[in-house]
Design a protein around this ligand. Structure first.
Ligand SMILES: Nc1ncnc2c1ncn2[C@@H]1O[C@H](COP(=O)(O)OP(=O)(O)OP(=O)(O)O)[C@@H](O)[C@H]1O
Ligand SMILES: [Mg+2]
Length: 255
């Protein structure tokens, strides 16, 4: 569901939304890094922050003046109903729109973000609590009638991965059972934190050799983002019936 920007654009607009009920899984960190990546590659990029904590807007405010520009929209700020659509207005020339969402988003707010987006990225941390929360979120994407008729492609990102740990193995098992692809594994590193302190993405760091390993980790993710129609497998709308999930605990899904 690409939006229709100005006719002069060579690259159709694509909207990418970071989503997960769970707090602290990396939605904001990944949103700013995706936005930073696109800006560096010359895309006219907008970053929309739906979280009242405004972390993504804070990142933008810290952004080095020499870094490629990113247009920011603070959608977490409370405004009247009348000014809401003006607040959310994305300039027509924008080619990539990256949306950061708050934890615990439900109901109409979640539905609206899912309906509007082309791609949903779900970061998942390798912990039992996070795997359980991700399972609940993905179950709702698949089973909630209002959500599953959206046309977004969905990709899961294993974030803050530490190889060879028990929870990482458990996360890999969980992800391998999903109908959604795991499109990247990003390690736990202060490189992201240090870049973010300057309003930069990992891709902006120079010399690039300092962060080469992390930039390499992003390769499959950015390739997938740009070729979702070929690489994405079941979209929400095409997912047939229930996911492979046992129903226990009075309806809470267990993968
Ligand atoms: N791969 C990573 N390596 C190191 N630190 C990370 C990584 N991913 C996220 N973090 C750190 O983890 C913390 C939580 O990340 P972030 O704020 O992006 O999560 P969130 O999902 O946006 O949380 P919330 O739902 O509260 O908005 C931040 O301090 C962030 O810098
Ligand atoms: Mg956040």
């Amino acid at each position: 569901m690409s939006e229709t920007p100005g006719a002069s654009l060579s690259r159709p607009r694509k909207r990418i939304t970071l989503l997960n009920y769970k707090g602290g899984c990396g939605k904001t960190l990944l949103a700013v890094n995706v936005a930073g990546y696109y800006a560096l590659k010359g895309y006219r990029t907008t970053l929309i922050d739906h979280d009242r904590q405004n972390s993504a807007m804070h990142w933008l405010a810290l952004r080095d003046r020499t870094a490629p520009p990113i247009h920011g929209i603070n959608a977490g700020r409370q405004v009247s109903y009348e000014t809401r659509s003006w607040q959310l207005h994305v300039p027509p020339e924008m080619e990539r729109v990256v949306v950061d969402s708050p934890a615990g988003l439900h109901g109409h707010d979640l539905e609206e973000l899912v309906q509007k987006t082309d791609i949903i990225l779900i970061p998942v941390l390798p912990s039992d609590v996070d795997i359980h929360a991700a399972a609940a979120f993905i179950r709702d994407l698949l089973l909630d009638g209002r959500l599953r008729h959206a046309h977004a492609s969905v990709g899961v990102i294993a974030n803050r991965v530490r190889a060879n740990t028990r929870v990482y193995e458990s996360l890999k098992r969980f992800l391998s059972k999903l109908d959604f692809p795991m499109i990247a594994e990003l390690r736990d590193t202060q490189n992201y934190v240090r870049a973010a302190e300057r309003g930069l993405s990992i891709h902006d760091i120079r010399p690039a050799s300092k962060v080469q390993r992390d930039v390499d980790d992003w390769e499959p993710l950015v390739a997938w983002l740009e070729q979702p129609e070929r690489r994405a497998p079941p979209t929400i709308s095409s997912a047939q019936g229930a996911p492979r999930m046992r129903v226990i605990d009075g309806g809470r899904g267990k993968w």
